[in-house]
Design a protein around this ligand. Structure first.
Ligand code: NI
Length: 202
């Protein structure tokens, strides 16, 4: 199959909602293979169709590491049917080369989707694992939402973007997430305490 060009932040199609897949046709299967090839070529853990300029509701993930065998996961027409908890996630995105920042995510998600053969499956990812966070990141792409819309520290995100010659933060797109906020604040306080005690011990 082939490696596609990944579009960068600032490309309007990244902000457009994607369309449902009506049939897992040969053309869709080729797109899925291309998404996987492109993700692996870029050493990514996930890639969504709009990132290669196809506004269709498809994303792929592989969270295997090191010596583990590859574990490609394909999600077509995904729906998040359950979400709970909150976690701070340090994220980047293949459409934002070299830029990373902390964002708010749910800790647990349950997703329903179709695989590359058009078979329906349900998957639960818990405890803020990479898989749980990655599912939310890729799912967002299908709705034109980007990881920076979940940003915790705007100044940090701004500097990451400018350092890497990316367009500025779209402040009007930042999401209000009152259901995540109390737990995120608690986690941030915990982090500060942890850092202080490490300083004292060091
Ligand atoms: Ni991304």
């Amino acid at each position: 199959m082939s490696i596609r060009k990944v579009v960068k932040y600032g490309t309007p199609s990244l902000r457009e909602p994607s369309k449902e897949v009506h049939k897992v046709s040969q053309k869709i299967k080729v797109l899925v293979e291309d998404l996987l090839d492109t993700m692996y070529a870029q050493n990514g853990v996930g890639l969504a169709a709009p990132q290669v300029g196809e506004n269709l509701r498809i994303f792929v993930i592989d969270v295997s590491t090191g010596d583990q065998p590859l574990n490609p996961m394909v999600f077509i027409n995904p729906k998040i049917i359950k979400k709970s908890g909150a976690v701070i996630s340090h994220e980047g995105c293949l459409s934002f080369p070299e830029a990373f920042t902390d964002v708010k995510r749910y800790a647990n998600v349950m997703v329903k989707a179709m695989d590359r053969n058009g078979r329906s499956f349900v998957l639960e990812a818990k405890d803020g694992t990479l898989l749980a966070r990655c599912i939310q990141h890729e799912f967002d792409h299908l709705n034109g939402v980007l990881f920076i819309d979940h940003v915790i520290n705007r100044f940090d995100a701004e500097s990451e973007l400018s350092k890497n010659n990316l367009p500025p933060l779209e402040v009007d797109k930042i999401l209000d997430e009152p259901e995540l906020e109390p737990e995120i604040q608690r986690l941030l306080e915990e982090r500060v305490k942890q850092e202080k005690s490490e300083e004292n011990n060091g």
